[in-house]
Design a protein around this ligand. Structure first.
Ligand SMILES: [Zn+2]
Length: 145
């Protein structure tokens, strides 16, 4: 599953020449709506009347928005017609197959392949801290689970 998603992410980056999630959403024709969604929902993806729509909760900080948006774009690309509700409390691991695939898509899109080259001898948590990225995403990307 991972190598398939890796290939898809690489192809998207090459085709649209971007590593910015907002830019990618635009290129894929995804409508992004940022608004209050209550305290428990981080975001959601819906396929409505042949339109791909992503909602992000405006209470998320910028980094959380990027992760949730990358995850929802993963659904739009991999499971176009499946709706998703991303709950704030949900960890990146305790989820179904399609949720794991969307998480892997996000990790693959947001983290460069060669990031570990600069950190020989560092622990995963140290790298996550220096790079200011979630250690869960790093684990997914490099299979350290
Ligand atoms: Zn999801």
């Amino acid at each position: 599953m991972h190598s398939r998603i890796k290939r898809i992410v690489r192809a998207l980056i090459k085709k649209y020449k971007t590593t910015d999630v907002y830019e990618l959403a635009k290129c894929l024709g995804i409508t992004l709506i940022i608004k209050p969604l209550g305290g428990t929902c981080a975001g959601s993806y819906m396929y409505l009347r042949r339109s791909k729509i992503v909602f992000l909760n405006c209470i998320l900080n910028e980094y959380e928005r990027i992760i949730v948006l990358a995850h929802e774009i993963g659904h739009a690309v991999l499971h176009k017609e499946t709706n998703c509700y991303f709950m704030k409390s949900k960890t990146l691991f305790l989820t179904s197959k399609i949720e794991r695939e969307a998480n892997f898509f996000a990790a693959e899109f947001l983290i460069k392949d060669d990031i570990l080259n600069n950190y020989e001898g560092y622990t995963l948590n140290q790298i996550a801290c220096v790079e200011n990225i979630s250690s869960d995403l790093l684990k997914l990307k490099f299979d350290w689970i």
